[in-house]
Design a protein. Sequence first.
Lengths: 259, 242
Amino acid sequence: MEIEACLRKDYITNLVREGKRLDGRRFDEYRNIEIEKNYVGEKACGSALVRLGETKVLVGVSLNVGEPYPDAPEEGVMTVSAELRPMASPSFEAGPPGEEAIEVARVVDRGIRESGAIEMEKLFIEEGKVWIVFVDIHVLDQEGNMIDASGIASIAALLNTRMPRYEDDQIIRGEWSGKLPISCVPVPCTSVKIDDSILIDPSLDEEYAMDARLTVVTTDTINAMQKGGQGALKEDEILSAIDLSFDKGNEIRKLIQGP
Amino acid sequence: MAKEDIELIKNGKRLDGRKFDELREIKIEVGVLSRAMGSAYIEWGKNKVIAAVYGPRELHPKYLRDPRRAHLRCIYNLAPFSVEDRKRPGPDRRSVEISKVSSDALSSVVMLEKYPNTVIDIFIEILQADAGTRCAGLNAASVALADAGIPMRDIVSSCAAGKVNGEIVLDLMKEEDNLGECDLPVAIIPRKKEVVLLQMDGKLTREEFKKAYELAVDGAMRVYKMQKEALISSVNDVIIGE
């Protein structure tokens, strides 16, 4: 049992009741976000490291040539996987992805897929051959809100992903031919409900103290949503989380796109 | 063919002739398994789903035991023959995610604090799938929990809405789910109308979301009535001795 977290839960809840957060942020304020593109730039086709406060997530993108899905024979394929590395938290264990990792990967996947961020039709090579885009999320340090850090890192990495050169049915590694075509920047924003208040970008302590969580991935529309946690949300709480996600999403999008 | 080119709505009617705010036919049966402590079967359009409850019982491994409350574990499983292209047996990423969000949703109504250190297992088996299986599964699971006599604050009722050919519609069937623009499954606690499960993928503006959300909640309220009726008639059957 996470005894410390349980004890801190009351403290966090009482603070929220007074309109405060443990780290002094406003309810609608993100922790500091730093995006380092091309963090592992020598081998991977694309990468980005995101620091969201003390949470650190590294995403690498690899491209391969493979078969398209039968129901979309002229489109590329994308898969998103997440690994919560044991170094990131005492509660993470080595081994195949658990439900938490799968949830992170699937929410990030839905945001990118449903927004149409990757121009899949441009990843067609020839009949039966398309580019496959692997987005691999590595959570290195879990201090809360892995979903947003992972989503921001994923789209940041995709934005600077290079296409490997492909000649005579072969990928020529280390040589490039242009960039991966990206049409928009989906941004996930996660809010939590603590004592009937909505707080954005939960820290780890706030995640332990939360009743429920709502992630909203936006571009100019909503592209994906995921409710988490064992508590319930009211309609107005959902709507205010959506509004907050649109606002913050715009700010973070500028940060991802850079100057 | 582009997604938008396929006509899912003709003359204001959907592929199966339903109106925009119409549910598929739903049938709920209580107590369909003999070994389980509680069980329920739901037929929802072409979906066929059984849910069963075991527990509260001893939890292994031990380190998962919580001295404050019971651990609720919901397993959603798609049978290999439930879909046209055989599904490989065993958990895939989708079912793991659905199991997790379903566990969270049911944990909000079950009085877990009454059974510290134990586990309540809920098994959702999708025998035939035609979109909306997570909602059908949750509805069956709630009824099975009630059938097992496990104390709950309320039942969980669930329904999806979505967007098809630009229209917000209730309870998507397979073709609409595959080719439509958006799917929004919602589960609520009917008495408070609060949300315990919400997922969405596709494209919706804020206004469209609000409309779809309210439609889904309305659908869930109608399902709630059917769940109650099924439970009441199952009790009556016992009393009357049928």
